[in-house]
Design a protein around this ligand. Structure first.
Ligand SMILES: Cc1ncc(COP(=O)(O)O)c(C=O)c1O
Length: 400
């Protein structure tokens, strides 16, 4: 969650220093001597690449833009199918549609991320790429997903919008596949207000992403920007200098953010000991960003009753169930037309997913889930009182 929790004197200072040093040149390119050699976007890109250990980072105006740029860099377009999971923010599917491809939505495993076996079953000759999403900052089953993708020669784009700073088997989320993306919107681990990044070790994908985010500019070093060469059409998904200045200040806080979230999540989970709850499966607990604690109740009714009781006690939930409709493809009737090309084999009649998801296990899994936000600034007192409210809400819902 928490970049925004820590917006404070350091970000303010970073903006003031950037302004004075650069004469307020907000644009990432050009403006010769006026900017005094200050290039915050470039610096932010270097620091992101260093933080996650990749060769290239291209910052852009949002995580959604990052997804579209990454898909286009991979060459995804009309006639292609892109497989992703039913639990994600709507942006993942919007980007697939915007690229002109057909989204193929598949089931979740107990981590609430892409189910590898359903991914395998959904592959057709038209499949070009797969987007595992590391929801709530916890890794998808990347070992299995990468194996299947390699067997079928599919590109892997990791949607790590919620996973900046997390890892899987020691590798940063977003860097395991061919290309990965992050979001720096106001609710993410670090924030630039709006913003995102595309990361990759592949120089060709990087060059494409760079051109795609900036009207097709080749960034040809032998000519000035006004005479730059072009090989492909692009668009404007650029980030401004002031956002990058804020991002650099936020980046320095990442270790503290992760450390506190992990400690607070562990304490909150301990506070629920003895409730007999099934917690979300974590494929790599150590690498969890830890800004969310998710558990399952015995039934959908029980989960709703718990959420209502928590609401009465002023304890908020995070997306499950309060914003489920923005995070579950099975509810996206407004985009139903776009799913027309998606195979629906095995869909149960009148299923909650309207046939988007081949079977509906994920709908009931998500509707049985409660996600508690974990904040950086939580005190031990907060944690104890939230845990108590959750325990009592569960008891009331179970009628014990
Ligand atoms: C999984 C996921 N993908 C993509 C995005 C889009 O990021 P942005 O809000 O920066 O456009 C989000 C944002 O919430 C997200 O959670």
């Amino acid at each position: 969650m928490p970049g925004y929790e820590l917006i404070g004197p350091e970000e303010r200072q970073a903006i003031l220093e950037w302004f004075d040093a650069s004469n307020g040149v907000l644009f990432a390119h050009g403006f010769g001597p006026r900017r005094n050699g200050v290039f915050k976007v470039r610096e932010f890109e270097r620091e992101i690449a260093r933080t996650v250990g990749v060769a290239h980072a291209q910052v852009v105006s949002s995580g959604t833009a990052a997804l579209l740029v990454a898909l286009r860099a991979l060459g995804v377009g009309p006639g292609d199918e892109v497989i992703t999971q039913s639990f994600t923010f709507v942006a993942t599917v919007e980007a697939i549609l915007e690229a002109g491809a057909t989204p193929v939505i598949v089931e979740l495993d107990r981590s609430l991320n892409l189910h590898p076996e359903y991914f395998r079953k959904a592959i057709t000759p038209k499949t070009k790429a797969v987007i595992p999403v590391h929801m709530a900052g916890a890794a998808a089953d990347m070992e299995a997903i990468l194996r299947i993708a390699r067997e079928h020669r599919l590109a892997v784009l990791e949607d790590a919008a919620q996973g900046f700073g997390g890892s899987y088997q020691g590798k940063p989320l977003g860097t395991l596949g061919d290309i990965g993306i992050y979001s720096f919107d106001f609710a993410k681990n670090i924030t630039t207000g709006e913003g995102g990044a595309v990361v990759t070790n592949d120089p060709t994908l990087y060059e494409r992403a760079r051109a795609l985010h900036d009207h097709g500019h080749d960034y040809n070093p032998t000519v000035p920007r006004g005479k730059d060469t072009r090989r492909q059409a692009g668009f404007n998904f650029r980030m401004t200098e002031v956002q990058a200045a804020v991002g650099l200040a936020q980046l320095q806080k990442l270790p503290v953010i992760l450390e506190r979230q992990r400690a607070n999540k562990a304490a909150l989970k301990r506070g629920l000991d003895g409730c007999g709850l099934e917690f979300r499966l974590l494929h790599d607990e150590q690498g969890d960003v830890a800004d969310t604690l998710i558990f399952f109740l015995d039934s959908e009714q029980q989960a709703l009753a718990v959420a209502e009781e928590l609401g009465r006690r002023n304890v908020g939930t995070k997306n499950l169930p309060d914003a489920l409709d923005w995070h579950f493809a099975g509810t996206w009737r407004h985009m139903m037309g776009a799913f027309a090309g998606t195979r629906q084999a095995g869909a149960a009649a009148n299923c909650a997913c309207h046939g988007i998801v081949p079977s509906c296990a994920c709908a009931s899994l998500l509707r049985r889930a409660i996600a508690l936000p974990v904040n950086v600034m939580m005190t031990q007192e907060n944690i104890v009182s939230i845990a108590q409210a959750v325990r009592e809400s569960i008891k009331a819902a179970r009628g014990v």
